[in-house]
Design a protein around this ligand. Structure first.
Ligand SMILES: [Zn+2]
Length: 257
């Protein structure tokens, strides 16, 4: 199922079977709204085999799986159960208006005609990837297929890790959340040497410095941290004291703060 032809064949079969279900109206929403309802799109797993047999409505025709944006972008999100594995699947495409806007912009660049098509495709892909990242941040997307009508299909790497655990990683009560948020590393000025690479303390004679031990003389240190997304749940606490020895509330009430 990983080969492009398999996906294309499946997509075609689904189109044939669901062609009589009218397409969903284009209903643009904000990134904030999309972000908020994204977890709902992942709750039910989609079985492509069942869909190919006409037993279930595919994600493309299910509102909770469809995300539309002002730029004329439609993104379809589904957790596909492929028997051997479960994948987090995104497909993104432009409406006719959206595609025309892209084309107009490309034409204005004055590039030669033969380059325009490729340029538009590259642009379209990167805009779609950025849009996905805006409401489903931090995923590593792998392009698996581009359909003839210009829909870009991606799978999230490490889908298993994202989807398994207590269910869905974006669920606010899921502990595997913590592991999902990727650590980030930034380069910062070394505090020990004020980013000079040279340390001078009391022991050093006047005019003499030593190579900074903290940064090896580069003046730069790396700070690794985990960006905050939301508070994580605890399993080992039932009662929370508002201060040491003070009034207590239940953990459930604490969560409601
Ligand atoms: Zn240093």
């Amino acid at each position: 199922m990983s080969k492009q032809e398999d996906w294309a064949a499946l997509a075609e079969a689904m189109n044939k079977l669901t062609g009589d279900i009218p397409p969903l109206d284009f209903e643009p929403e904000s990134v904030a709204t999309a972000r908020a309802r994204f977890p709902k799109a992942l709750r039910e797993h989609f079985d492509p085999m069942n869909a190919a047999l006409g037993r279930v409505v595919p994600p493309s025709k299910t509102r909770k799986n469809v995300f539309d944006f002002d730029e004329g972008i439609r993104i379809i999100v589904s957790v596909d159960n492929l028997q051997t594995k479960v994948v987090l699947h995104f497909s993104g495409s432009f409406t006719e208006d959206g595609a025309n806007t892209l084309m107009d912009r490309a034409l204005k660049t004055g590039r030669p005609m033969q380059e325009i098509k490729e340029h538009v495709a590259t642009q379209a892909r990167s805009i779609i990837e950025r849009k996905i990242d805006s409401f489903a941040p931090g995923l590593k997307l792998k392009l698996i297929m581009v359909t003839p009508i210009g829909a870009f299909h991606f799978l999230a790497e490490e889908s298993d890790m994202i989807v398994n655990g207590c269910g869905i990683a974006w669920d606010s009560h899921c502990e595997s959340d913590r592991r999902r948020v990727m650590k980030e590393t930034v380069s910062a000025e070394c505090d020990s040497c004020n980013a000079t690479g040279i340390y001078r303390g009391f022991a050093e004679p006047k005019g003499v410095g030593v190579v900074c031990l903290s940064c090896g003389g580069s003046g730069c240190t790396e700070i690794t941290y985990t960006p905050f997304v939301r508070r994580h749940p605890r399993q080992d606490v039932e009662t929370v004291q508002l201060s040491r020895g003070g009034k207590s509330i239940s953990y459930r009430d604490f969560l409601a703060f």
